[in-house]
Design a protein around this ligand. Sequence first.
Ligand code: FDA
Length: 394
Amino acid sequence: MAEQFDVAVIGAGAAGMMCAAVAGQRGLRVVLLDHAERIGEKIRISGGGRCNFTNLGTSAANFLSDNPHFCRSALSRYTPQDFLALLARHHIGWHEKHKGQLFCDDSAQQIIDMLVAECAAGDVSWRQPCKLKALSRSEERWQLDTSLGQIDCASLVVATGGLSIPKIGASDLGHRIARQFDIPVVAPRPALVPLSFDPAAWAPFAELAGLALEVEVSSASGHFREDLLFTHRGLSGPAILQISSYWQPGEAIQINLAPDEARLGEALIDAKPGNRQHLATILAQTLPRRLADTWVQRHGLQGKPLADCSDKALRALAQELQAWSLLPSGSEGYRKAEVTRGGVDTRALDQKTMMARSQPGLYFVGEVMDVTGWLGGYNFQWAWASAYAAGMAV
Ligand code: FDA
């Protein structure tokens, strides 16, 4: 005999727990199932263990999607202030780090504990670890055949997240459920991910591994000013994670390594007369020393006093520093990506409820959908907001 519920939620991550709690607290009979041994793992490892749980500046402009206006409605109905009010009820301290990014004072585990407590307040039933073996629909209800028995429910919420970090439970189940019911899926790919380069082309820069500096980075459709980090295989740091979400394979990215210098080449030329200081020493007033040395070496100007450098050589060096064009060979993939771009096509969903228009009673929330936030707490805000919208609608 199948157990009867009003709502089944698949995936006990950020969005799934939030949605189950909201629906349960409305008095609905809710079951939440997850295949992982430990729930909320992405919350636990997020924000360096302190969970960057929202961003005060959240707006639709901070998200990528093939349907960019879709997220507006849910974001406006559950805001960062709403989440802060929830934290206040659970006495969870927080602080702002940078550009509106809010973190827990103590630990990300507090967010998981809060969501579990909110589920308990809604009398949510748990099935975990629990695998979905088959899903079907009949008589306007959903039948779930799981490793812990049969479930029959009126509404099904898919909150299985994206594909990144498979070793902590990510799977494509949400995309498969969409396809099973003829709901289109925008091709997924890793986002907020370090970019890698052909090893031979990268060899001259590999020695810069560990070096970080603030840069401006741009691609055909994105532009950010953030920190960049050189790694052994390529580039990482917030600047690169941000641009990776916009980057398309085969496309070059441009980096300005000295974004505060409006006219570096001309300034060097103006400073030339009688200047016997080494070019690398002068550049090191603007750039980290290791980077200045590498750049001067790349241009064959090592050991040269500024006065002895030709204007042409100085312009070429400055040009490469301020409009460094690079062709990534790929990304570090889902193993390292913070999120997945693409997912369930939101053009098939209702923006107020997150329900599939062609499948009454089937909802998608969180990262499984084609709504991808920038780095900085936006992805969790989307998880909370979309989950709240569905939790109120089921
Ligand atoms: P989430 O991934 O949280 O949950 C999905 C759940 O579904 C998991 O519990 C999983 O086990 C379960 N599941 C998957 N397949 C299943 C199946 N077949 N059967 C049953 N259950 C299944 N964002 C942010 O805003 N601020 C931050 O600081 C960070 N930091 C960060 C760090 C790292 C290392 C990563 C990888 C990601 C982040 N993120 C982030 C992104 C953020 O973690 C992510 O966007 C949200 O967790 C998405 O919430 P969801 O609930 O949609 O998926």
